[in-house]
Ligand binder design. Structure first.
Ligand code: PRP
Length: 176
């Protein structure tokens, strides 16, 4: 275990097992359809890669990179890199590593729906429901977690720890 990690919350094996279950649900729900997965950079990369391995529906992948500014009244998200595919008339599934306040996903979902996709759903590996400030829910959730500082499997603190092959709680002295 990395020296900055206080406790492992979900091991790689647990994440894989749970992701496979989520993927099976997605396979059922989108049977016979083509699904566009839109990963939000950068945190979603490991989860997206894991999820794709278990999907049997026809899939296209794309990525967006956005900055979110919580607490400001307008322009809550800024697109740094947009997705490449035209989603009009398509089924879209946004792939996230974590939902916290809900600000990012609320805005991205609204933006993608304005592009006239047929459906726009959300899958997230982690959901911090306690921290929600905007009413948005994920259609598929790996794990509900309490308000703890988690890193690993794509999640960072100051760009560190994304490479860890598990999700762990960061020691307090590392961020205070
Ligand atoms: C994280 C995470 C979500 C967002 C969740 O991204 O991946 O996109 O924050 O927070 P919210 O629900 O309060 O909006 P971040 O902006 O840290 O970028 P990253 O994926 O590159 O780490």
């Amino acid at each position: 275990m990395h020296q900055d990690i206080q406790e492992i919350l979900f091991s790689l094996e647990e994440i894989q097992r749970r992701t496979k279950m989520v993927a099976q649900q997605i396979n059922q729900d989108y049977a016979g359809k083509t699904l566009i997965l839109v990963g939000l950079l950068k945190g979603s990369v490991p989860f997206m890669a894991e999820l794709m391995r278990y999907l049997t529906v026809d899939v296209r992948i794309d990525f967006m990179d956005v900055s979110s500014y919580t607490g400001v009244q307008s322009g809550q998200v800024v697109i740094k890199k947009d997705m490449e595919q035209d989603i009009e008339g398509k089924d879209v599934l946004i792939v996230e590593d974590i939902i916290d306040t809900g600000n990012t996903l609320y805005n991205i979902k609204k933006m993608l729906e304005e592009r006239k996709c047929t459906s726009c759903k959300i899958v997230t590996l982690l959901d911090k429901v306690e921290s929600r400030k905007i009413d948005i829910h994920a259609d598929y959730v790996g794990y509900d977690i309490p308000n703890v500082f988690v890193v690993g499997f794509g999640l960072d603190f100051n760009e560190k720890y994304r490479e860890l092959p598990y999700i762990g709680i960061l020691k307090k002295e590392c961020y205070e």
